[in-house]
Design a protein around this ligand. Structure first.
Ligand code: OAD
Length: 270
């Protein structure tokens, strides 16, 4: 991606804010993992993207797959779809966007400041990039839980032998992914941490999310209402674009490292 002069000026402004910040909050969405080969839900379908990065929702209707009712109706199909996605996440590796956020957290901590990373992603790529205390607003596909007892397990790196997988914790129970489905509540502790971060940060960044799914999309507006400097990094415009102080249009795997270098110097990513 080539940077325009406008981009360079905006990157410099954002970098100055980050360098001066005591508390940063970042929320990420599927877009940050797109360049790790994982498909987004409703993002860009640009011709430059290979087919496996095009919008998931074109092939799968979320109302059919990502709801408790869908699982009750067809647990075999829904659990198989999630297990395929789980294996895809395991096969993927973090990209420079994930690595830049992990580096930013380390840099903040080294100066006695802090960064809270909120994610809507279920893929665990932030943790594998080195980010700590990641707040998983929509759960994770890497853990599954018993429909009867709620007990969790982390499945092996291979596919389940049969669908739906039976729970080892109860005779009647099945295993379901530990993700938040449409119509379910977000984990209370995660929402609490997100609210705290939005209330206390100097800079709030929204990265690779279409900013349409609530309550996650609301945290940027809460932070703005509390006086934070707000930034969006996205390939395309979203409902947040006109609200933020700085909107950077482009790939997070290019822009996040560029912002870090501008804020903390060339060594920032080492
Ligand atoms: P979406 O698929 O809705 O949006 C992805 C966003 O990433 C779009 O705005 C794209 O423009 C942007 N994007 C794509 N590639 C990018 C790149 N390389 N760099 C920067 N931006 C890029 O995904 P989410 O916003 O994460 O919820 O979706 C939110 C929630 O909707 C998901 O967590 C999921 C879904 O329903 C649940 O399953 C509960």
């Amino acid at each position: 991606m080539s940077e325009t002069l406008d981009d360079a000026a905006t990157i410099a402004r954002v970098a100055a804010r980050l360098a001066a910040a005591e508390r940063i909050a970042v929320i990420t969405g599927a877009g940050i993992s797109a360049e790790s080969g994982l498909r987004t839900f409703r993002g860009a379908t640009s011709a430059e993207l290979p087919p496996d990065m095009q919008s998931l929702w074109k092939e799968f209707d979320p109302a059919t797959l990502a709801t408790p009712a869908a699982f009750a109706r067809d647990p075999a199909m829904v659990s198989k779809w999630y297990d395929c996605r789980r294996l895809g996440c395991l096969a993927a590796t973090p990209n420079p966007g994930h690595l830049a956020l992990a580096a930013l957290q380390r840099l903040m901590e080294a100066k006695g400041a802090g960064l809270t990373l909120l994610t809507q992603n279920v893929d665990r790529l932030h943790q594998r990039a080195g980010s700590r205390d990641v707040v998983e607003l929509h759960g994770t596909i890497m853990d599954w839980r018993c429909t009867q007892t709620g007990q969790h397990l982390t499945p092996s790196d291979s596919a389940f032998e049969a669908y739906p997988p039976k729970s080892p914790f109860s005779t009647e129970g099945l295993l379901r992914p530990d993700v938040v489905w449409f119509g379910e509540m977000l984990p209370e502790a995660a929402v609490e941490l997100a609210r705290e971060a939005a209330a206390s940060c100097d800079v709030f960044m929204s990265v690779g999310t279409s900013a349409v799914v609530y309550p996650a999309a609301g945290f940027l507006f809460e932070a703005k209402g509390n006086g934070a400097y707000t930034v969006e990094v996205n390939l395309e415009a979203t409902p947040a674009s006109t609200a933020v102080d700085a909107s950077l249009r482009g790939s997070s795997s290019v822009l996040l490292p560029a912002i870090l270098r501008a804020a903390f110097g060339e060594g920032a990513l080492r």
